[in-house]
Design a protein around this ligand. Structure first.
Ligand SMILES: [Zn+2]
Ligand SMILES: [Zn+2]
Length: 177
């Protein structure tokens, strides 16, 4: 169920929320990862005539390691601060943009703030460019394709850059000593 706040129906100067939202994108959306659920907790507050959404998004995202291709869970906890702009029905839903003043604007189509959309955008912005299952992930062997976190293969000494060969020779001697 979509968790939507209608700006026009906020009583007083603020509306708090604490919701579990589904992050899974609609089919066809270009989500680089399979996302699970997130929690979005915060408030929409009126500040000097504007509506500001201030919240925290927390959750687990399933990512594929960029070195060994194994899936792993990445934990996210990020603050968000958005200025809400009411927009006409022609605006793409949930569209937001970063302006020169570095305040994010959320275009609330017909005054609707979709909390799942807000959380999803935050998650997408925070995704690591090079996800790693762990800092010292050893990746896949370029020769045999084996996951070097799990198996020791014997391909190591092959396909060495000739310029590095003397170094590899020294390393081999160290390893063997
Ligand atoms: Zn890895
Ligand atoms: Zn190998």
């Amino acid at each position: 169920m979509a968790k939507v706040i209608l700006i026009n129906e906020i009583r007083g100067d603020s509306s708090t929320f604490d919701e579990e939202v589904e992050l899974r994108s609609e089919p066809g959306a270009d989500a680089p990862v399979s996302m699970e659920r997130a929690r979005i907790e915060g408030a929409i507050v009126r500040e000097t005539g504007k509506w500001i959404l201030a919240a925290k998004v927390a959750g687990d995202v399933r990512l594929d390691c960029s070195r060994c291709a194994e899936p792993y869970d990445w934990q996210l906890e990020s603050p968000i601060r958005l200025e809400i702009r009411s927009s006409g029905p022609d605006t793409r839903e949930g569209e937001s943009e970063l302006r020169e003043d570095e305040i994010w604007h959320y275009h609330a189509r017909e005054g609707k703030v979709d909390l799942a959309e807000v959380a999803r955008e935050r998650v997408l912005l925070d995704l690591p460019l090079k996800p790693l299952c762990r800092d010292d992930c050893r990746g896949l062997c370029p020769t045999c394709g084996g996951n070097r976190n799990l198996i020791e293969c014997d391909c190591r000494s092959e396909a060495v850059d000739p310029r590095l060969a003397p170094l590899m020779e020294i390393r081999k001697q160290i390893d063997e000593s």
